[in-house]
Design a protein around this ligand. Structure first.
Ligand SMILES: NC(=O)c1ccc[n+]([C@@H]2O[C@H](COP(=O)([O-])OP(=O)(O)OC[C@H]3O[C@@H](n4cnc5c(N)ncnc54)[C@H](OP(=O)(O)O)[C@@H]3O)[C@@H](O)[C@H]2O)c1
Length: 333
């Protein structure tokens, strides 16, 4: 098969569309002929050598894909050759074929294009596992989503709104905030111009002034301001460290409002068992896939590029020009 190989670590130019060994499905796994692969910010880190694949995962980049099942391994009963699917991967999506545990596969609803479906698994797994499974998302809560225009943010807005929460977002431009409002966000904060703490503390969450849940991608740079912006009993969930990993924390500020800080990632979770990828996928099947099938939640795609233009796709994601996801089309390569 062909796959994007890394010719060393570095800029987008280290990616090359070349030959790679065909993966073979083992017990409990399926082989997917890849139609499209979603691009994630984590891929940019992996390309630069800062986010190695977990043990046993493919060295090829790509945390999510869509396609058609081409082979099933021993013990797989729920999937069949020819099924249109998308999958949460620990790696390997930037390729013509990928092998994945059958428990990480989701159906592509009728009417949804395979290109768009490739944008769903990583965002859906990240958002639901953090907002709902970790932070207890519920109706009436105020949820602050940093980076509302990101691949994660555009999905998170729709999920929070679908559960009856009120959504606040930060973004770096009026145009992105306008588009976040179209997705259902009602408190719009331009982080380049306004203080998000003041804006959030002027709003009431279910627990009182402030946000009941904050989904954070900035890490150290926002830690103390996020704690300030929490409502009593609020939950801060850190999923990204775009503003650094190390910061000082005033425990008194957290304690005085009975706050909680979580920090989570999806890729390194075990395949099965408690808090595993399989557990998240089962929850997505139950709670989110019906909303995708009926159009309540839709993938937001900024651009779909041929996989041979993976370097350009990475430059695009790094540019801050994107609203939603960038997808690589593998079918026509
Ligand atoms: N823990 C996990 O399992 C997990 C899984 C997936 C993703 N993530 C993390 O989630 C984040 C988003 O990922 P993605 O793939 O969706 O990335 P993306 O589409 O490239 O989005 C990055 C976003 O960061 C925003 N941003 C930059 N500086 C900001 C600031 N000072 N305040 C608020 N927002 C700011 C940008 O907003 P503007 O363009 O408006 O400036 C942009 O929307 C990344 O940090 C990624 O590592 C974590």
């Amino acid at each position: 098969m062909r796959a994007i190989e890394l010719n060393g670590f570095g800029g987008p130019e280290v990616m090359e569309w070349g030959e790679a060994a065909d993966p073979v499905p083992g017990h409990g796994e399926v082989l997917i002929e890849v139609a499209a692969a979603g691009v994630n910010r984590a891929d940019l880190l992996q390309r630069r050598g800062f986010y190695p694949p977990p043990p046993g995962a493919s060295a090829v980049m790509g945390l999510e894909c869509s396609g058609v099942i081409a082979e099933v391994g021993d013990g797989v009963r729920d999937w069949h050759v020819g099924d249109r699917v998308c999958a949460l991967l620990s790696g390997g999506g930037y390729a013509e074929k990928v092998v994945v545990a059958a428990t990480q596969v989701l159906p592509v609803p009728d009417g949804l294009d395979l290109g768009a479906a490739a944008a769903l698994p990583e965002a859906a797994a990240t958002v639901w596992s953090n907002l709902a499974m970790t932070a207890g998302l519920d109706a009436g809560q105020l949820v602050l989503i940093h980076g509302g225009g990101s691949g994660i943010g555009t999905h998170a807005i729709q999920v929070a709104v679908s559960q009856g929460a009120r959504v606040a977002v930060t973004a770096g431009s009026a145009e992105k905030l306008k588009r976040c409002r179209e997705l259902g966000a009602s408190v719009l904060i331009n982080y380049r111009e306004d203080d998000f703490v003041a804006a959030i503390r002027a709003e009431n969450g279910a627990g009182g002034p402030g946000a009941d849940i904050i989904l954070d991608i900035m890490g150290a740079a926002y830690l103390s301001r996020n704690v300030e912006a929490l409502a009593p009993h609020g939950r801060l969930v850190v999923i990204g460290m775009q503003g650094g990993a190390t910061a000082e924390l005033n425990l008194g500020a957290l304690l005085s409002k009975w706050g909680t800080i979580h920090a989570n990632n999806v890729r390194n979770r075990p395949t099965t068992g408690p808090n595993s990828k399989a557990a998240i996928i089962a929850e997505l099947n139950r709670h989110i896939w019906p909303l995708i099938a009926d159009g309540t939640i839709a993938p937001v795609i900024h651009a779909e590029l041929p996989i041979t233009e993976a370097p350009e796709a990475h430059r695009l994601l790094d540019s801050s020009e994107t609203f939603g996801k960038v997808v690589l089309n593998v079918r026509d390569a």
